[in-house]
Ligand binder design. Sequence first.
Ligand SMILES: *Cc1c(COP(=O)(O)O)cnc(C)c1O
Length: 392
Amino acid sequence: MSLAELKELERLWAMPVYARLPVELVRGEGVWLFDDEGKRYLDFFSAFSVHNCGHCHPRIVKAIREQAGRLLGVSAVYYTEPALRLCERLARSSLGGKVFLGNSGAEANELAIKLTRRHAHARGVDEPEIVVLEGAFHGRTLGALAATPKLAREDLFGPLPRGFKPVPPDDADALRAAVGGRTAAVMIEPIQGEAGIVPIRDEVLVAAREACDEQGAVLVFDEVQTGMGRTGSLWAYEQTPVRPDLMCVSKALGGGVPIGACITNPELGDVLGPGEHGSTFSGQSLGAAAALAALDIIDDPELLRSVRVLGSRLCDGLRAMDGIVEVRGRGLMVAAVLAEGIDAEEVSARARAEGLLINVPAPSTVRMLPPLIVDESHVDQALEMLGRAVSP
Ligand SMILES: *Cc1c(COP(=O)(O)O)cnc(C)c1O
């Protein structure tokens, strides 16, 4: 189908919640995407950090093919090996407690909200509160939306769930002051992705850790975007001075297949009991097999070292570029703020014409989230194309 025909189908039948870009993508291979006319693009967007292994990685394709030919999935009321092996692998690689497998990032965060409220009620807190950071993005379902101050529009979607308390993302004292006896959890993205890649300062993370410890509240990290090697360690918290009690992951977890997970420390593993949570597709074998293959690829010291080295190369190149006034990020999660008068959407469109896909998370800001399998030459090519897009 032509792009014009697809636009007509969209106009007639698709809810208009996306401002789609005028390109039809038909195939992916490694760091490259191809459109319907055969033009190739260097993918420095990776669908918001889903394709950390690149597109159609042979090991992921093989795992999916084999699993699809054997068993797509059954209800989690039965035992299946991929799901339970994935639970073990996620817990052992991070917080060491127990795991619930879901389908998306928002659902993992919903579970974090439920679990930490359940934990607070068990401590005798009747009206538990969750402290969140302004600028955060935790998802679009009602609970996750209520935890996302920027999008929690009571006038559009109310009544929203109560019990969320936003504080500024860069104020350790305000955060400490917001945590009290009613606090069930403090929920933080260690690097805010949708805000335009805003790393939360160590001082704020330490304040959250200490305040949670004092009050018996749970420190939750939303690693939906930062996890799976994106920042140069398997999980972003490993490069901070704190360890969360509970962590939510999704996006790159399934190597491109939808899956999410909520992972606890040992103390919180049994907070939820039989019948208190569930999901039809929980632990479906297809996603679990793909996730095990994705972890095999990403949980590799050589690859993670390369993410840190190439992340520095990308940042250095951006800092040396005319028209860029600030560079933020860690590993291959990088944003560049453009000089006044340069329109980020226009830069993104010119980059696309050059053959480079990037994303615009905030005005004047472009975001780069390349597959973690990129090499030096891809980074250098991206810098060249971006340079021409910024200063045409
Ligand atoms: C994308 C994202 C979510 C939501 O994930 P979905 O799979 O779209 O529900 C939540 N938190 C963060 C940090 C994200 O980047």
